[in-house]
Design a protein around this ligand. Structure first.
Ligand code: TXA
Ligand code: MG
Length: 316
């Protein structure tokens, strides 16, 4: 069901949940101070309660109120990248519900850059907890139509057009016990080179370390799964021999092969990725084949390949 901004605000006010557009992907939002709204998010997504949610705000003062620690490097990062596709993790303030953080002492904070999300946040005047608006482990939605399909129309959604970034935010954690390290828990809409440039410009000396966290299932293998097999070809052509090996392994025929062209721009590839996963998945007996070359593996491509690798069943 498509609803308007005033309808969304009214629903959220009374403890309902609503899918809202952001510049990365659509989110399934509920107010952070309503326990039943938070529980509904997990139920509707079929998401395990041990996977924490991101809190969305519309200004830095609110983010600071939700954080117990706010290291100076966050001022630099937020002035460069907020509003935008960067989520920051730090120790949480008392008032943040353990339902949001899955009982962790830390909270994930983001100021999204989408006019509709911001209008809703400003009218509501309460931050929103919102994971991506898809079933747990599945591909994130980048349009209102994707959300409608994912939940068979059962979740009200505000249509804000196609998400411009197309992959989720970069998740970056600060931990006072390793004060000169920033942990990239999930590569995303802000690339490592972008973060490195801002740190350098501000004479900040941090190691940017890719860290996998058990607290973040979004960072585990076999996430972001479309409904048909995805195959990565490492700089080699598709052949009948490869098809035969896949068919033998999965024990069924795959007559249709979609060779997904990533193109030359990481930004454009990210924007199109999930929509094409969904579109190609609709074909019974279809396979998605993606070729990795030296032209699409520069550091700006990290988020795109992270998602493709997690979606992929085979690499040849
Ligand atoms: O772009 C995005 O980030 C989208 C839009 C809607 O804002 N949201 C999103 O949420 O991707 P979600 O829940 O699908 O992914 C959030 C990731 C999860 O993998 C979760 O485990 C991790 O962030 N996360 C949240 N809080 C955390 C915490 N305190 N410590 C470690 N990881 C955390
Ligand atoms: Mg997600």
């Amino acid at each position: 069901m498509i609803i308007s901004v005033p309808e969304a605000v009214a629903k959220l006010q009374t403890g309902g949940i609503v899918a809202i557009p952001t510049e990365t992907v659509y989110g399934l939002a509920g107010r952070i101070d309503d326990e039943s709204a938070l529980k509904q998010i997990f139920t509707v997504k079929q998401r395990p309660f041990f996977d924490p949610l991101i809190v969305h705000v519309a200004d830095i003062a609110t983010a600071k109120r939700l954080a117990r620690d706010w290291p100076p490097v966050f001022d630099v990062l937020t002035s460069a990248f907020w509003p935008g596709p960067l989520t920051l993790i730090t120790r949480k303030a008392e008032l943040v519900s353990p339902l949001i953080t899955s009982g962790l002492e830390t909270v994930a904070l983001r100021w999204p850059d989408h006019p509709v999300a911001l209008q809703i946040l400003r009218e509501l005047q309460i931050p929103l907890a919102a994971p991506s608006a898809n079933l747990f482990g599945k591909t994130s939605p980048t349009s209102a139509a994707h959300v409608e399909k994912e939940f068979s129309g059962a979740v009200p959604v505000v249509d804000g057009g196609e998400s411009e970034i197309g992959v989720e935010s970069t998740v970056l954690a600060y931990d006072a016990s390793t004060p000169n390290v920033l942990h990239i828990l999930r590569p995303g809409g802000i690339s490592r080179p972008q973060i490195e440039r801002v740190l350098l410009e501000n004479n900040l000396n941090f190691d940017l370390v890719r860290t996998s966290s058990a607290a973040s299932p979004g960072h585990l293998k076999a996430h972001y799964q479309p409904n048909c097999p995805v195959i990565i070809l490492d700089d080699k052509p598709w052949t009948e021999e490869i098809r035969k090996r896949i068919e033998a392994d999965l024990d069924r025929p795959f007559p249709y092969v979609h060779e997904m062209k990533l193109g030359a721009s990481a930004q454009v590839a990210a924007r199109k990725l999930y929509g094409e996963f969904r579109q190609f998945s609709e074909v019974q007996g279809g396979l998605i084949v993606i070729t990795r070359t030296k032209d699409n593996t520069a550091p700006e491509w990290e988020a795109v390949w992270d998602r493709i690798e997690r979606a992929a069943s085979f690499t040849f």
